[in-house]
Write a protein that binds this ligand. Sequence first.
Ligand code: FES
Length: 208
Amino acid sequence: MAARAGGADDEIKMVTGTNMATVTITMTPTTPIQPAQSAQPAPAAGDPRLSDKRYKLLEATMRKHGYAGHALIESLHTAQQAFGYLDDFTLWHVARSLHLPPSKVYGVATFYNLFTLKPQGEHTCVVCLGTACYIKGARAAIAAIEQRFHVKAGGTTADRTLSLLTARCFGSCALAPAAVLDGEMLGKLTPEGIVRRVEDAIAREPSP
Ligand code: FES
């Protein structure tokens, strides 16, 4: 996985699923940059919560970039992969470690729809709403999932089983309409097909 900072045209490339396909997610802005919304104080360097092993992954990413501010997006991405979402404590920790104002870190975390500040469900289905997928019926696929699992795009089911997210172009437009279910790329989806795949995923183990 690699990410680079810059603006609304930023892209994140990641390897997904067992077929190791390379997925490119173009991150599009969701909301304007906002000031910090939390009054939580910055964690001290020795805060016991930092003994969680997942913070070591985050630390490795920040250290690799010399704790420089330009590592912000990659650091947030590492944190989200490790924890599933970005909570206040993690955002403050990143801000302190990269010597950035918390308002900037919150701004970036809320600017890109790839990041979430809320816990996700056991399974995650990301449906592409890029042009090719949109034309080929992604909206119908989303509607079918929403109806079957009683969840709105961008939300999580009440029992936290499934999160339904959207993205702008995975870079696999030949597969349109496409989705990534628990990290596995799925293509040429029909509404019935994606519902069945999600049902199968839920019937199996929770995603790792
Ligand atoms: S538009 Fe969906 S993968 Fe490109």
